[in-house]
Design a protein around this ligand. Structure first.
Ligand SMILES: [Fe+2]
Ligand SMILES: [Fe+2]
Length: 404
């Protein structure tokens, strides 16, 4: 007979802690490039082992970068100047959203997330039975968890946008950057208002998200902040917002996300424009390679690590193991969709800025991401175009269900 493992013999909270440490060690040992490990390692220790993101208010992160002044005020980047014009014209006021909408997260007639976002059968197979009302409450927790992480990501984006505005070398980029700062402030405002007034719940920051934000704040290299925030985190956000926009039936949330997506499309476009020439022309091959490896590691971190453990602890600690929960979340149809949309946005942008060479492609292939190699990059996509595509996909899915 197989001997029970040590963790199975421990009380749930302790065995959960063991599992969390094991996972943190895995994250750090999976990073192969020593330079990438040096860049991510300290943030990994602060986020995953010390749980700095959970230690109450405030969390202080040492930020380092050089402010780049230019007293000659050059008109140096026409594409950024154009983005600046579009950003000014595209400003909106969060107060104008239809806040009077009556939102009941437990109302099955207007679900925040579709019923098949998670796999009910997989939960039953684990021996856990939730009645109808519990399922709805569980769905509320998952939606509130996702929206809380959006909000925390927006706080990171707000600070990063401010830093990048100081550090960027293009003067047109500085003017554009100022519009992004106000965009991110508005995103914080509307997500927070939605969570407070409609969801009545706020989850703490996810450890893995904290690691990424912490490492961007602490890295003094402006292009690393750009890569991390404008390409990776914003790419992730666009994927997540797009998925939620597509699947939710709640009209206020849809209106809110449509506005946010319009802004985020500009932000990612800006990241692509700023980094494209810099990586191709200014960096040595060794420096470019380091960024290529960093982007791949962070892609994996984002793909594998958003496991909603905070929801697990609230609902299922002691009823299933963390490993079982991981399997459940990883295989849920909603998360699968979320990964698809996210990587279909992210990978073409990495290609466009020169971080998807033949050297790294096999690694992406192995991670199952080759199908995104030829997608459209952000400089060819507008917010309107993205929303139209999401609406088209949604109409197709509704039609598909109707004809079943
Ligand atoms: Fe944002
Ligand atoms: Fe953004």
């Amino acid at each position: 007979m197989a001997r029970p493992s040590l963790s199975a013999a421990l009380p749930p909270r302790l065995s959960g802690q063991l599992d969390a440490w094991k996972e943190a060690a895995q994250v750090l040992t999976q990073v192969h490039d020593p330079k990438v490990l040096r860049a991510l390692g300290p943030s990994g220790v602060r986020g995953l082992l010390l749980h700095r993101g959970h230690q109450g208010v405030p969390t202080h992160v040492q930020a380092r970068h050089k402010a780049h002044f230019d007293w000659s005020y050059p008109h140096d980047q026409p594409e950024m100047a154009d983005l600046y014009r579009r950003a000014k014209a595209g400003q909106w006021d969060g107060d104008d959203l239809p806040w009077q909408t009556d939102v009941d997260p437990l109302n099955p007639e207007v679900p925040l997330l579709p019923e098949d976002f998670v796999d009910m059968g997989a939960m039953t197979a684990l021996g856990i039975h939730l009645d109808e009302r519990e399922w709805r409450r569980f769905g509320h927790s998952i939606a509130a968890w996702m929206l809380s992480q959006f909000l925390h990501g927006e706080q990171g984006a707000l600070f990063a946008a401010a830093q990048v505005t100081e550090a960027v070398q293009f003067f047109d980029g500085k003017l554009y950057g100022a519009t992004q700062v106000v965009d991110e402030a508005r995103h914080v405002e509307v997500f927070l208002r939605y969570l407070e007034s409609k969801m009545e719940r706020l989850y703490r920051v996810n450890d893995n998200l904290f690691v990424i934000i912490d490492s961007l704040m602490a890295d003094g290299r402006w292009d690393m902040k750009f890569l991390g925030m404008q390409i990776m985190v914003e790419g992730l956000a666009l994927g997540a917002f797009g998925t939620m926009y597509k699947v939710t039936r709640e009209p206020l949330l849809r209106a809110l996300l449509a506005n946010v997506i319009q802004d985020e499309a500009r932000h990612v476009h800006y990241g692509v424009v700023a980094l494209r020439d810099h990586f191709r022309l200014e960096l040595s091959e060794a420096e470019r390679r380091e960024r290529e490896d960093w982007a791949f590691e962070v892609s994996l971190l984002m793909r594998n690590r958003f496991m909603a453990y905070e929801v697990y602890e609230e609902w299922f600690e002691g009823r299933m193991s963390r490993a079982q929960w991981r399997g459940f979340i990883q295989q849920s149809p909603g998360m699968e969709q979320f990964r698809t949309v996210m990587f279909s946005r992210l990978v073409p942008n990495l290609r466009e800025i020169g971080l998807l060479t033949d050297r790294i492609k096999p690694a992406y292939e192995q991670a199952g991401l080759a199908r995104y190699f030829d997608g459209q990059a952000a400089d060819r996509l507008t917010g309107d175009g993205m929303l139209a595509e999401l609406d088209r996909q949604r109409a197709q899915e509704v039609e598909g269900v109707a004809t079943l």
